[in-house]
Every structure is written in C-alpha cells, then in structure tokens.
Write a protein that binds this ligand. Structure first.
Ligand SMILES: [Fe+2]
Length: 345
C-alpha cells in the first residue's frame, strides 16, 4: 500500500511538475499585459552545442531578440572561419524560426569579433564588422556598413511609448588591457586616462543619443559588465576612468530611465548601484545560452542583488510603459524562471 501511494504521489508530482514547467508562468503571459514592450536577451552561444532556448523565446513573443555578444565562437583572424560560424548558426532551424518571428539586433563580444579579449589591435576588425552585419541582415545602406565600429540604436514602440536600445561596441576601439601577472590574475585596472573603451566618436554619439532621446526607457547594451568591478576578467573597471565616465553620464540624465544589459560571463546576475535619490542603476548580466560556468564557486560583487545563476540562461525584460517599471527575468529551459527583479522608475 505504501509503495502504491508513493507511486501515485510520484506520478502526481511528476506530472504536475511537467505541467508547471511547460506552461508559461502567468506573469510572463503577454496577453495579460498590453502596456509592456518585451525584449529577450542572451550571449555566449556555441553553434556546436545545443541551444534549448530558441523555441521558448519564440513562444514568449518578445518584440526583439538582442544578442549581447559571443554570438559564435570563431576566435580566428581568418574571416572565412568567422563567416562559416555565423553561417552554421543561420542553418539552425529553431534560430531561423526566431528570425522570422521577431526583430534580431546584436552587438559582438570577443569570440565573434575574432580574438579572445581582443580590442582595437585586432587585424581583421574591418572584415569582421561586415561579417557580423551580414549575419544580422543589416542593409548595405545602413550607417554601420561605412562607419568604424558596430554601435547603433534601435527604437521599439507600442501604443503607450518607446524603448530605445543603445548598442555599444566594446571591441573596435578598446585599448589593450593590463595583465595582473604579479597576482596571477587575468587583468588589473589601467588608470592611464589616455586609454579608451568606446573611443571618441562612439562616446560623442552616445552622449548625444542619451541627451536627445525621447524614449520612455533607454537600454544600454554592453557586451561586458559595467557594475561588477572586483573579478579578474573583462569588465569596464579594467579601464576605470571609462567606467566612471559612463556612470557619471547616466547620473547626469536624472530624467531618463536607463537600464543596462551585459553578457560575457557565463553566469547571470543582477547588479544595482544607487545613483541618486530614489534612483538605482541596474546592470542585468545574462550569459550562457549554450554553456555556463557550472563550477562557479563565488566571486565578490559589491553591487549584486539576489544570487548568481550559473546554469545556462537567457533573459526576458518587460518595460512597462504605464507603471514605469521594468521586470527582468533570468530564464532556464522550458520557461522556468530562475530569478527575477522588479525595478521602479
Ligand atoms: Fe562567452
């Protein structure tokens, strides 16, 4: 009898579990929310490893999917290798379906750029830029086809307002990083203020964009983390004057609702920095579409809120234009919410 009860219980719990994870959680049901503009985000995608998220993302009907970098792992100064990795991705049926259902935007990080932790010195960055734009189906007339660097902006709109994406290029202009050999760590901060992350032209473009934007929300899309500043890997803090400049710029526009997204780390986390009275800056790091830092055992981040998610993950972000709130979700397979954060502006 006991065994029978256990089996029934197992079957019941097992089935209810399956039902729960296949069903879209109520709060993610788009039909219940006419006021939000939704984007999905993700980074770090190896084409030879399965991406189990494409069908889930499609079902959640975001207005756009936004690549946060490491779209492929090409790591080559041979342009045909980079192109062939992008082509492989374009042949994956579930990804192709996504591109037919929603807009696709993207920036690069180092592995799709072509050089691990690479910057302005990368010898085929001009060719690599065209390969990325080809992958993203960017028209031949687009500004990015002739400018240096892949930075651009995109406007998303519904009946209640707009969300503007400010897509940064953290590679093309970036000065060399400084290895921290004495401490056996990857990088240390380089305080030489002649070094740059975005370069002059991109900084000027960004300042104008923020100043002139009429959007209800501005999303700064950076491949690397802006706020987390104590780990040894790539981050804005490796060029601390550039991080300071970005935070100061955001602080200056107290009337703008600014939200940052980043990738790169193979972990996902929310970082939050107070930037004024009742004003918080969020950096939502969403990383590992196909692979994650599963052996992650902790690292300091004074700005972290909640926990680190070290399972594969993508992000869903709802910008509510009626309530002026942002709902950000770290998402696992079968629409499982790993962690969520609500931010009021
Ligand atoms: Fe990566």
């Amino acid at each position: 009898m006991k065994t029978f009860v256990s089996i029934i219980l197992f079957l019941f719990l097992g089935l209810s579990c399956v039902n729960r994870i296949e069903h879209t959680p109520e709060k993610l049901d788009r039909k219940a929310d006419q006021y939000s503009i939704r984007i999905a985000v993700g980074s770090c995608n190896k084409v030879d490893e399965p991406n189990v998220f494409w069908d889930d993302i499609a079902e959640q009907s975001p207005e756009a999917f936004v690549w946060l970098g490491d779209i492929v792992y090409a790591d080559s100064n041979d342009i045909s290798v980079i192109q062939s990795e992008y082509n492989k991705l374009k042949e994956i049926t579930n990804y192709t379906r996504l591109t037919e259902q929603m807009q696709i935007f993207g920036i690069w990080d180092d592995h799709d750029y072509g050089k691990n932790d690479g910057g302005q010195e990368f010898e085929i960055k001009v060719e690599s830029q065209q390969a990325l734009l080809d992958f993203l189906d960017v028209s031949k007339e687009d500004q990015r086809r002739t400018q240096e660097g892949i930075y651009t902006s995109h406007l998303l709109q519904n009946n209640y307002g707009t969300v503007e994406l400010l897509m940064l290029d953290t590679r093309y202009f970036r000065s060399s990083l400084t290895p921290d050999t004495e401490n056996g760590r990857r990088y240390k901060s380089n305080t030489d203020t002649t070094t740059t992350l975005l370069g002059n032209a991109q900084w000027q473009w960004l300042e104008k964009k923020i100043e002139n934007s009429q959007a209800n929300f501005l999303v700064i899309v950076s491949s690397i983390q802006l706020l987390s500043n104590q780990h040894q890997f790539e981050k804005w803090e490796n060029l601390p004057h550039e991080r300071e400049k970005m935070i100061t710029l955001i602080k200056c526009f107290a009337d703008k609702n600014i939200f940052v997204v980043s990738g790169d780390r193979h972990i996902s986390e929310f970082s939050m920095m107070p930037i004024g009275e009742d004003r918080q800056l969020i950096d939502f790091t969403s990383s590992g579409l196909t692979h994650s830092y599963s052996s992650f055992s902790g690292e300091p981040n004074p700005y972290r809120v909640k926990e680190v998610v070290s399972d594969p993950s993508y992000g869903i972000i709802d910008f509510n234009l009626k309530n002026n709130t942002v709902q950000a979700y770290m998402m696992g397979d079968k629409k499982q919410i790993q962690q969520e954060l609500e931010v009021s502006y």
